[in-house]
Design a protein around this ligand. Structure first.
Ligand SMILES: C[C@H](O)[C@H](O)[C@H]1CNC2=NC(N)=NC(=O)C2=N1
Length: 91
């Protein structure tokens, strides 16, 4: 059970390069090659499954957009922030 973060908590805890978009936090990772993005998404998927907390990921040309929200709570919780930090560590 994760509690919804307040606007102030989100602002304070949002990792660098991440932005808030309504009830989601979002970051677009950029890569030198398309398959580097595909590989990142695969690794992020493994981390997500390990955390059992799953992002929406859109794989584009040399970029991957990652969106996180806690569906069970209807907004942003520390689960989203923690997973964002773990994704950043994959870089
Ligand atoms: C039952 C519930 O769907 C599961 O506990 C997990 C699965 N992955 C999830 N992922 C995300 N982003 N939010 C959730 O609330 C969530 N819930």
């Amino acid at each position: 059970m994760a509690d919804l973060l307040s606007d102030e908590e989100i602002e304070a805890q949002l990792p660098d390069e991440w932005e808030r978009d309504g009830d989601e936090i979002v970051r677009t990772y950029e890569f030198d090659a398309y398959l580097d993005g595909v590989g990142f998404a695969a690794g992020a998927g493994g981390v997500a499954q390990d955390a059992f907390h799953h992002p929406e990921m859109t794989i584009g040309w040399r970029e991957v957009e990652v969106r996180l929200t806690t569906h069970d709570e209807g907004g942003i919780t520390d689960k989203d922030v923690e997973l964002a930090e773990r994704f950043d560590d994959l870089r």
